[in-house]
Design a protein around this ligand. Structure first.
Ligand SMILES: Cc1cc2nc3c(=O)[nH]c(=O)nc-3n(C[C@H](O)[C@H](O)[C@H](O)COP(=O)(O)O)c2cc1C
Ligand code: SF4
Ligand code: SF4
Length: 256
């Protein structure tokens, strides 16, 4: 099947799902960035694989999908993944892909380890969750191949209000996009290499965060010294998480 799968991933969960789906469908993988508008030719199935942020799709994915153009008669799909609750992420993905010109849509959600720092998945639950997600990939690939509908996608006003409130609190009060390095920084540069949007530059042996953060937390989870963190973060209690297959930029660059 001809398919193009666009993914965004910070800590590797979405990348692992996107790779599994691309290999199952025989499709091509492309990373989502802030800037590059994309179009998909007629007859090619178009997919989005994305984490859930604040009960919806991340800002970077929304912006990308709004600029996406799909050929006539395109079948589209989205696979959202989250620690616990998908909220309106699938509904949003559906309306974004239909708005981009898709004729039909299949939607799926997969539970994955939570990388959100505030509500991390218990360590003991991670191996079983990852195992279950691998089995989900086969089910999803088979359903996309027959242009199935996937899961239901009902809009929830509660998720809409709750997600917006959570986002405002995390970004304004906790400073989710206001990341910096503490005195424990060794200047190793791993955070800069981990950032899927190239938002971190090393200058004079210190990382500097610019203003295009997608709040994916890859830099925080990748820092070997627990030096990278946002303003309101408790670095002492934080347990880093990265998907065992790796993160995007250290494996297959998302920044093109
Ligand atoms: C800023 C942020 C917000 C998040 N919000 C949610 C959420 O609303 N619901 C949820 O279940 N998980 C949430 N998560 C967890 C991620 O969706 C989940 O860990 C996902 O698998 C990460 O994918 P990745 O490894 O490809 O980056 C959030 C994570 C981040 C970084
Ligand atoms: S600066 Fe950190 S949190 Fe922001 S996009 Fe880059 S890796 Fe993700
Ligand atoms: S990964 Fe951590 S220790 Fe390494 S440069 Fe970045 S903040 Fe400093």
């Amino acid at each position: 099947m001809k398919a193009r799968i666009y993914y965004f991933s910070g800590t590797g969960n979405s990348l692992a799902l996107a790779e599994g789906i691309a290999s199952g469908l025989g499709g091509e993988l492309r990373g989502i960035t802030w800037d590059e508008p994309e179009s998909v030719e007629e007859g090619v199935v178009a997919g989005l694989v994305t984490p859930v942020y604040f009960l919806g799709v991340p800002d970077i994915v929304r912006r990308f999908a709004r600029a996406l153009r799909l050929g006539r008669g395109t079948h589209s799909f989205a696979v959202v993944n989250m620690g616990l609750r998908k909220g309106n992420a699938l509904v949003q993905a559906r309306s974004l892909l239909l708005g981009a010109g898709a004729e039909s849509f299949s939607g799926y959600s997969v539970q994955m380890p939570d990388n959100s720092v505030v509500f991390p998945t218990r360590e003991g639950e991670i191996p079983g969750m990852l195992e279950a997600s691998r089995a989900e990939i086969d089910r999803i690939v088979a359903d996309i191949a027959r242009h199935g509908e996937g899961e239901g996608t009902a809009w929830s006003p509660l998720s809409s209000i709750g997600g917006a409130a959570m986002k405002a609190f995390c970004e304004r009060a906790l400073g989710f996009r206001d990341i910096s390095a503490s005195g424990d920084c060794t200047g190793c540069g791993l955070c800069a290499r981990a950032c899927p949007v190239g938002n971190i530059k090393m200058e004079g042996g210190r990382p500097l965060w610019a203003d295009r953060c997608a709040s994916c937390f890859a830099c925080i989870h990748r820092c070997p010294s627990k030096a990278a963190g946002y303003r309101g973060m408790n670095r002492g209690t934080f347990k880093p998480y990265v998907h065992p297959a790796g993160t995007p930029t250290l494996q297959a660059p998302q920044v093109r």
